[in-house]
Ligand binder design. Structure first.
Ligand code: PZK
Length: 301
């Protein structure tokens, strides 16, 4: 996010933090004090590609992803409790914000992979295993794994890249019991996601989820953040799935194709910022987000 692009000023809320595509606020009570057990999670319409923020924004992206995430929380409710309190939020962020329980967040990015690509593929090519899990020989970019594998990473500050964590490092950070539960739940979430998505023409190659521990009650693991959205997961169109080469991205393919075409005039390797997206690319990309939402949920956006 550019420093000139300030987060929305929301009366009754204090801005805490901004990530690449989302903003975090704390509610302020009638007494003027920050409400210390809640947060407002706001999804923006910002889009990144090739590690650059695109301009202009994608209309409705934040609302589509917020509604998709809420729908998934319901589909996963029998596996794990979630942090959602309410969708009653200020008009300025209506439809793209949720009020959530403030948790003690685990300092681990919980990632599971159902298909091999990206960093997992690199590790497999070097070692024949991914995060300590031995895999069959002969797997290629896009291959389906025998079962989802837990491949946790560190949480690096914005701008830096997350690093793989070994099972020992995860245990040292979380304790053996919580580490085992995070691994089991992350793999179960991806497996459930793919059971549902496969019937609707979408493959979910991998996903990143965040867990927190609730300070009150039983103190168990709670699923936080967003879940099984195109921003937190690799969505692939099932009809184009063909192991052996990089798969097209369900949501970002129009943007990537245009940026790498002669039409854009952008030389990615020269290091300069990408050009403004033309209106047709913005519109096609918005349509892909809406299509993913409608196919998965069976509801009209
Ligand atoms: C929390 N993030 C990541 C998300 C951002 C950054 N329920 C929670 N309790 C405490 N902390 C968090 C959550 C959640 N979810 C999430 N960082 C802290 C994040 C959205 C926007 F800028």
């Amino acid at each position: 996010m550019r420093v000139t692009d300030l987060p929305t000023d929301l009366p009754g809320y204090e801005h805490i933090y901004s990530g690449k595509v989302r903003d975090l606020y704390a509610p302020v009570g009638d007494d003027g004090q920050v409400v210390d057990d809640q947060l407002l999670l706001v999804a923006s319409n910002r889009l990144s590609a090739y590690d650059w923020m695109m301009s202009p924004e994608i209309p409705d992206k934040g609302a589509v992803l917020t509604r998709l995430s809420l729908w998934w929380f319901d589909q996963l409710a029998d596996l794990v409790p979630n942090h959602v309190i309410s969708t009653d939020v200020p008009d300025a962020v209506a439809g793209r914000a949720v009020l959530v329980r403030r948790l003690d967040m685990l300092k681990v990015e919980a990632i599971a992979r159902a298909y091999l690509t990206g960093g997992g593929l690199e590790e497999y090519r070097e070692k024949g295993s991914v995060s300590g899990v031995a895999l069959p020989e002969g797997l290629v970019d896009g291959s389906k794994l025998p079962e989802p594998v837990f491949t946790p990473t560190t949480k690096a500050p914005v701008g830096e890249h997350d690093l793989p964590m070994s099972p020992d490092e995860v245990e040292a950070e979380l304790g053996a019991e919580v580490a085992a539960e995070v691994s089991r739940l992350t793999r179960a979430i991806l497996a459930r996601g793919n059971e549902i998505a496969a019937e609707r023409g979408i493959l979910i190659a991998d996903t990143k989820v965040e867990f927190g521990l609730s300070s009150e009650g039983t103190g168990g693991l709670v699923l936080a953040d967003e879940v099984l959205t195109p921003d937190s997961s690799r969505f692939w169109p099932a009809d184009l799935w063909e192991p052996g080469h990089p798969q097209p991205s369900y949501d970002k393919q129009f943007v990537r194709d245009w940026l790498t075409s002669p039409e854009s005039g952008w030389d990615r390797k020269a290091g300069g910022p990408p050009p403004e997206l033309p209106q047709h690319v913005v519109e096609q990309t918005r349509a892909k987000y809406v299509e993913a939402y409608e196919r998965l949920t069976g509801e009209t956006f």
